[in-house]
Write a protein that binds this ligand. Structure first.
Ligand code: AMP
Length: 498
């Protein structure tokens, strides 16, 4: 049987293909038949550009519906889709291109020369809402394409993530991983044809690309397709939606938006939150303001979704719910023994949703799995008496800001390379808007002329701005413990308030 994820989606598209899958904020609608035809044409164009099954296709594009068609085209042609955060700069991109060796890279118009210089052996095409060389090339092709047969364990996508340590690694995701998780979520969250999902998430991350769009495509429903999150715009459009998915920052921002009221949520049946911890006060304030109980779930790039509070039944604030059907979770103490309820330990996951490993890193992959096949998430948690999972922290040195991950080590290495810097430490501090914000503490050489603005400007030229520390503090030296390890807890206590 063909396990290609696109074939699964297609089998759930509405029979009337003129039904929309995307409603655009300006009032237009894009029917399923256009999505199917565009993905077929783009699949032909990718093949014509030299792609063969198993080749990688990287995409750094804005969020427009043809970008989604590109993802589907990549599946249809048996290729491996590699979405890239739109904020990534040359420092990050050259690493991804060198590691993944994409056959084709699709970028925004105007960026093609810079991209071609970073990846000389790839074909570079452009795409935007208004068009581009990808759409031009696709336009000459047929609106039918025979979806390439794939086995369940064939790769569908690679998403770069830093996992539990600093270096970016490509998490390989198979057709089985994505299909099993999507089928589970549609069932658990009750998606049906009549749903309208408000989609304001980016489509280069697991949340917006997989969790949100898969629920829509597998239920033949539709989405309000917003290019980005804007609280006033979301409040304006919510009356047309039955469901919304967001990172906690979306919900804290909505709560500061005066036009977001009980009335604006009148048709919504489900609000889902994830990708970062939801504060208990946001959970409570949201309920107070709207009468809705946010449904919090927990997942990661490597595993898709692992746990979810229930659609029907108690949604407990401060927890991420029980394991999803088919997903096995255990929480283990340092000696490997299972923790009783209330006992904090490392969260490990196994199931059809769990990725097979990191791209071209068999050693690293082996380290991250236990002998009996559980993936070590790097998250710390405990069981509640109801057997819900509560996340209490991270063993990994990770900052989550606005739902996006920042690995201190990557930023520290870049700061340390700036002339005049001796060493640095990057910490996460509480931030009312982003949940956490990165702050750098820097030791300069004697007599250095470094300034906060100069450090920030140097970083912005190299890396995506969401990773750039919001503040830079200069100190004479970093506090260290007896083992010589920087005591980030002391830095957080000292610089956390600013
Ligand atoms: P990513 O791979 O970017 O999706 O990030 C995954 C990480 O985000 C997880 O390992 C957790 O540390 C964190 N995360 C995701 N969802 C939640 C949640 N509901 N509560 C707390 N942390 C979360």
């Amino acid at each position: 049987m063909n396990a290609n994820l696109y074939s699964l989606f297609e089998s759930h598209f509405p029979e009337e293909r003129e039904q929309p899958f995307a409603l655009l904020p300006g009032g237009g609608a894009v029917p399923y038949e256009d999505l199917a035809a565009a993905s077929a044409r783009i699949a032909h164009a990718l093949v014509a550009a030299g792609c063969r099954p198993g080749d990688r296709v990287a995409a750094q594009t804005d969020k427009h519906w043809q970008a989604l068609a590109l993802y589907l085209a990549s599946l249809r042609a048996g290729l491996v889709y590699l979405p890239l955060n739109t904020g990534y700069q040359k420092g990050e991109l050259s690493y991804f291109f060198g590691d993944a060796e994409p056959r084709v890279i699709v970028c925004r118009p105007g960026a093609e020369d810079a991209i071609a210089a970073l990846a000389p052996s790839a074909a570079v095409l452009t795409s935007s809402a208004e068009g581009g060389s990808l759409q031009d090339a696709a336009g000459g092709h047929d609106a039918a394409f025979e979806t390439v047969a794939r086995a369940p364990d064939d790769l569908a996508a690679i998403l770069y993530t830093s996992g539990t340590t600093g270096r970016s690694k490509g998490a390989m995701l198979t057709h089985r991983n994505l299909a099993s998780n999507a089928l589970t979520l549609v069932e658990e969250w009750g998606f049906t044809r009549g749903d309208v999902l408000l989609h304001a998430l980016p489509i280069y991350h697991v949340h917006g690309l997989f969790v949100a769009t898969h629920c829509v495509l597998l239920s033949g429903s539709r989405m309000l397709w917003l290019p980005k999150f804007d609280a006033a715009e979301v409040a304006r459009l919510l009356p047309h939606a039955t469901a919304m998915m967001g990172v906690p920052t979306f919900y804290t921002r909505l709560l500061t938006e005066p036009s977001f009221t009980r009335e604006s949520c009148r048709n919504v049946r489900l609000f889902v939150s994830g990708s970062a911890p939801l504060l208990a006060e946001t959970f409570a304030e949201f309920r107070e303001r709207t009468g809705h109980t946010l449904l919090e779930r927990y997942g990661m790039t490597e595993t898709g979704m692992n746990t979810s509070n229930p659609l029907d039944g108690a949604r407990l604030g401060g927890t991420v719910g029980p394991p999803l059907p088919g997903v096995s979770i255990r929480i283990v103490a340092e000696d490997g023994a299972p923790c009783p309820p209330g006992g904090v330990g490392a969260i490990e996951v196994k199931g059809p949703n769990v990725f097979p490993g990191y791209w071209r890193l068999p050693e690293k992959t082996r380290e991250e799995f236990t002998a009996d096949g559980y993936f070590r998430t790097g998250d710390m948690g405990c069981w509640t008496p109801e057997r819900y999972v509560q996340i209490v922290g991270r063993a990994k040195d990770l900052i989550i800001t606005g739902g996006l991950n920042v690995y201190p080590k990557e930023i520290e290495e870049r700061i340390d390379a700036i002339p005049g810097v001796v060493e640095s430490a990057v910490i996460g501090v509480p931030d009312a808007d982003f949940g956490e914000a990165a702050v750098a503490v820097v030791v300069g050489k004697p007599g250095h002329a470094l300034t906060e603005a100069a450090v920030i400007a140097a970083l912005k030229a190299e890396i995506a701005s969401f990773k750039v520390p919001k503040r830079v503090h200069f100190v004479a030296d970093l506090p260290r413990n007896a083992m010589g390890k920087v005591q980030k807890n002391l830095l957080r206590a000292e610089h956390g308030g600013g």
